[in-house]
Design a protein around this ligand. Sequence first.
Ligand code: GLU
Length: 310
Amino acid sequence: MNAPMPSRTRRAAAALALAALALLAAACGKEGSPPVKGPKPDQLPVYHVDTGFRLPDSATWRAAKSRGHLVVGAKEDQPYLGEKDPATGVYSGYDIEIAKMMSASLGFDPKTIRFRTIASANRETALQNGQIDYYVGTYTINDLRKRQVGFAGPYYIAGQSLLVRKDEKGIEGPQDLAGKKVCSAAGSTPLQRIQRDYPKAIAVAYDTYSICVDNLLSLQVDAVTTDDTILMGFAAKAPDELRIAGKPFSKEPYGIGVPRGDNALRFALDDAIEAHEKNGDWKKAYDATLGLSGVPAPKPPAVDRYGSPS
Ligand code: GLU
């Protein structure tokens, strides 16, 4: 049977795992040494900048135009989705590519985007305060959030999953979480779902999923829960320590967050998403980023041009 490891051995194992991850992080950050299976800049599409584009009905677009560049909210610690190179400050990943495509369609050279890292819990406020023009970062569209912000898209559909240590024997799905410590990000839909549908689980919340993964590796929690896209990235980067347990158990349609009420911007982004899906940019970008964590490009979902919610 699985006799528990003596705690000293467990601590040593955890320290080793952490050291491995630190090495990996260092390798990713060093210039000239791309991350293992990381996004390859030469394989990324170059997006055509629509220099004649005008959107006078959008206050967000007008302000960006007079400023001269877009300010885009993103994540910085989600492998293959939104990652910031600590050495260069450069952001990369699938969501970052989506942000760049949108910028090109709005008439701004993607090279000029200023990215700002915004955690899950702070997205609505950042959009409401005008800190960012739009947000691209594994942001699930739902009715509650639609009361606070607008969403273009969806541009991808993820599903909530579980990440566990490779040697975990007792967790194969959310039904196994009773009495287990499960980590997720504050303000996220996966955290809410665990608290609502699996109240016997011990939910632990931090600002980011990378902190949750550190806690998983150091045996502080038993599982991390969020979208499969995010978890696959962490698992792909530490395949000897981590694995995905079971199947996705929700639908998380990813939208581009915009200030609520700026429907001109929202619909322009819907048009842009469709155009880049049609001209092949979407698939090329996916293959060079998120596709590297192992799942082939799906058919993109249909854009939902919803009317203003009350
Ligand atoms: N897609 C989920 C959400 O928007 C989880 C990922 C995240 O926190 O960004 O809440």
